[in-house]
Design a protein around this ligand. Structure first.
Ligand code: 9D3
Length: 257
């Protein structure tokens, strides 16, 4: 997949893409990211990309012409038309389902805004969709663009190892992850749950499902509501609740909710 990013801070994008899963996806040619800086397409001596808002008020607005010129340069990197996405705080919430869909596209162009925003005529004329990564105020669209690239890159075939990909499939069942432990077996008087060292794989799988259900019930009741539960899962969750009620007298359990 090819992604072009239109941004006034192209180095911020490039730097962040060299690490981990995304870095590997790029090295393995599963993903190609090109950055285009609107400032390179400004036509005046000051290389102006922004101006004061009509109607007054604070902040600056990104001008149409440098954005369009940068977008045209970005489009030239694709053999056919691709979707042009603006990262904006007022956009549609970017979620895993959207990442899954976008991972099937041949490419996309991400436009990162800065300052107060971009001239609305650019959005109307050139943008197919606006995506937000959540309800908090950031300084621009660069970190959101990186979030979107990361979420998509790890879904591209051949990007994750076989084990991680298998886990992704088996665990995209709408539950939070179960708790994880590694050595030492005990630390500061806190032991790893016994079942995990039992060698009883069926018991371990059952424990993990129970913990995943319990954790989702505690932390993301909205997810559980949407998803529903089988009769077997309801029984497992009741087990989790009973255990939790039993543990309530112990000091440790009060640290998590
Ligand atoms: C309320 C007036 N402005 C805040 C001072 C609106 C505003 C303008 C520009 C809010 C954020 C931004 C910059 N943010 C983004 O471009 C952005 C963003 C975000 O802030 N939060 C979540 N997702 C995104 S995607 C792009």
């Amino acid at each position: 997949m090819r992604i072009a990013v239109v941004s006034l801070f192209p180095q911020m994008i490039r730097d962040a893409l060299s690490y981990g899963v995304v870095g590997r996806a790029i090295e393995r040619n599963k993903l190609e990211v090109a950055c285009v800086d609107p400032r390179d397409y400004a036509t005046d001596v000051h290389r102006t990309v922004d101006d004061r808002p009509y109607g007054g008020g604070p902040g600056m607005v990104l001008k149409v012409e440098p954005l369009v010129a940068a977008l045209r340069a970005a489009e030239a990197a694709f053999p056919a038309r691709v979707r042009r996405i603006l990262l904006g705080a007022d956009g549609r919430r970017f979620e895993q389902a959207i990442a899954r869909e976008a991972a099937l596209w041949p490419g996309l162009i991400l436009v990162a805004g800065r300052y107060e925003g971009v001239d609305e005529r650019f959005v109307e004329g050139e943008i197919d969709a606006v995506w937000s990564i959540g309800d908090y105020i950031l300084s621009g669209g660069e970190l959101p663009a990186l979030v979107v690239i990361d979420a998509i890159a790890r879904l591209l075939p051949g990007t994750l190892g076989a084990a991680e990909s298998a886990e992704q499939e088996s665990f995209s069942d709408g539950l939070l992850d179960w708790p994880h432990y590694t050595r030492p077996a005990a630390i500061a008087g806190r032991a790893v749950p016994e079942v995990l060292s039992s060698g009883d794989h069926a018991a371990i799988a059952r424990w993990r499902r129970r913990e995943a259900l319990g954790r989702t019930w505690l932390r993301r009741p909205d997810m559980l509501e949407r998803r529903g539960m089988s009769a077997e899962e309801r029984a497992l969750l009741e087990e989790f609740k009973a255990e939790r009620a039993h543990d309530a007298g112990r000091v440790e359990s009060s640290f998590v909710r």
